[in-house]
Design a protein around this ligand. Structure first.
Ligand code: URA
Length: 435
């Protein structure tokens, strides 16, 4: 038995830990032989000293083995997932997962809830009346096998060490450590029995890692460590300096994702869906080239097969498919107010961080983990970046369960829109590709 204090000292002094030492620390946390304060000290030492890739693989393996690892052995198609580090207006999973399933992949996607200023796929799915995000592992496997796609929530059995460690990181200032982030994300993803993973690492003001250099470093570390752990992994670093699409908030975003599946919707959401989908088909090896993959995806949007996959998945999860056929049936907030331009000009920037927090304040996110969300609450962007408005014209519509609540965010949202004399330059959506 290695004493926890010796492992902490070793990390503190910058030495490399062995896989056994790391595994001992993680299993000790779960069986009570390592205390929360010892693990916290270790996390802080790691924050400052970092980890080698060998150590990071050992940490993610120990976290993975702390719980159940799904095999999904009865699923024949390549099992490929996508993970985003989180953004504002990021509803991509909802349209991407059924789209790539229609193009030949199996997508066992375990999603999260809103975190801080960013939204979560589970909250968006639950805007569909009746949709159940909790399935047993056996049922999850059956849905992935029969429908090709299932979107569920994190269960207590998968990577429980990550939940414990994340809770400590959250309150000890150690969230923003690249090896800790890498081990956390990959342990959860590997527990779903994947063959490959495409990561969407966001960069820019609305991202969890806003700085370009650090976002690229995170992307490279995820790809290196993912591949070293036996998971075929690639990453796109994508722009989050402006909200994605024209909606922020659960039902509003679900509606926009359905638009994309109907071969319509905002160009940036469609483009990112196709970019990530192309990477997924290539990782899964179901298409021979980038061009062929893109064509297959465009076809699945145009012929309705992607939408049909989504409807089948929703029905299998107990959801009301009439809300897919007629999205006006999705929940709506009781009140709305319009934010207008205080001067004329081009919309040169829209602050995603401000809009993310406003959307939370309107009821689309949570102040505490146990709070419910208001599915209809959120923000519709009426004047996207690059558009020209004259004074008094609408910029955004705010939805909340009361007019008074909607009005509380008028000021913050108005300030989030930057107006200038000249049209802004177009910014690339995909900033870097890491493989
Ligand atoms: N998302 C995760 O799942 N874990 C992290 O550490 C950071 C983001």
């Amino acid at each position: 038995m290695i004493r926890p204090v010796e492992i902490i000292q070793k990390k503190r002094d910058g030495a490399e830990l062995s896989p056994d030492e790391i595994a001992g620390l993680v299993s000790g946390l779960l069986d009570g032989t390592v205390t929360d304060y010892q693990m916290s000290a270790f996390l802080m030492a790691t924050f400052f000293r970092g980890m080698t890739d060998r150590e990071t693989v050992a940490l993610l393996t120990a976290m993975l083995q702390s719980g159940k690892v799904l095999k999904l052995g009865s699923v024949r198609a390549p099992k490929i997932d996508k993970h985003s580090t989180g953004g504002v207006g990021d509803k991509i999973s909802l349209c991407l997962a059924p789209l790539v399933a229609a193009a030949g992949l199996a997508v066992p996607m375990i999603s999260g809830r809103g975190l801080g200023h960013t939204g979560g796929t589970l909250d968006k799915l639950e805007a569909i009346p009746g949709y159940r995000v909790g399935l047993s592992p056996a049922r999850f496997e059956r849905v992935v096998r029969e429908v090709g796609v299932s979107l569920i929530g994190q269960t207590r059995e998968l990577a429980p060490a990550d939940r414990r460690i994340y809770a400590l990181r959250d309150v000890t200032g150690t969230v923003e450590s690249i090896p800790l982030i890498v081990a956390s994300i990959l342990s959860k993803k590997l527990s779903a029995g994947l063959d490959g993973l495409v990561l969407d690492v966001k960069v820019g003001r609305g991202a969890f890692m806003p700085e370009p250099k650090r976002a690229r470093r995170l992307a490279r570390a995820l790809v290196r460590v993912g591949n070293a752990a036996g998971l075929k992994t690639v990453a796109l670093v994508t722009d989050m300096s402006t909200p994605l699409g024209l909606t922020i908030g659960n039902a509003l975003e679900t509606r926009e994702a359905i638009e994309i599946l109907n071969d319509r919707g905002p160009a940036d959401v469609r483009e990112l869906t196709l970019e990530l989908g192309t990477e997924m088909l290539l990782v899964g090896g179901v298409e021979p080239s980038r061009g062929a993959a893109r064509k297959a995806l465009e076809r699945a949007l145009a012929d309705g097969s992607a939408l049909e996959r989504f409807s089948r998945m929703v029905r299998t999860h107990g959801g009301d498919v009439r809300a897919i056929e007629r999205p006006e049936r999705l929940p709506r907030a009781r009140s709305s107010v319009v934010v207008t331009a205080r001067r004329s000009g081009y919309v040169t920037a829209i602050d995603p961080l401000a809009l993310g927090w406003s959307s939370v304040a309107l009821g689309a996110g949570r102040a505490r983990a146990e709070d419910p969300v208001d599915p209809g609450a959120g923000i519709e962007i009426l004047a996207p970046r690059g558009s020209r408005v004259t004074r008094g014209e609408p910029l955004a519509r705010l939805h909340a369960n009361s007019k008074a609540r909607a009005e509380t965010e008028l000021e913050r949202v108005a300030k989030a829109f930057e107006l200038g004399a000249r049209a802004p330059r177009r910014t690339p959506l995909v900033v870097a590709r890491v493989r």
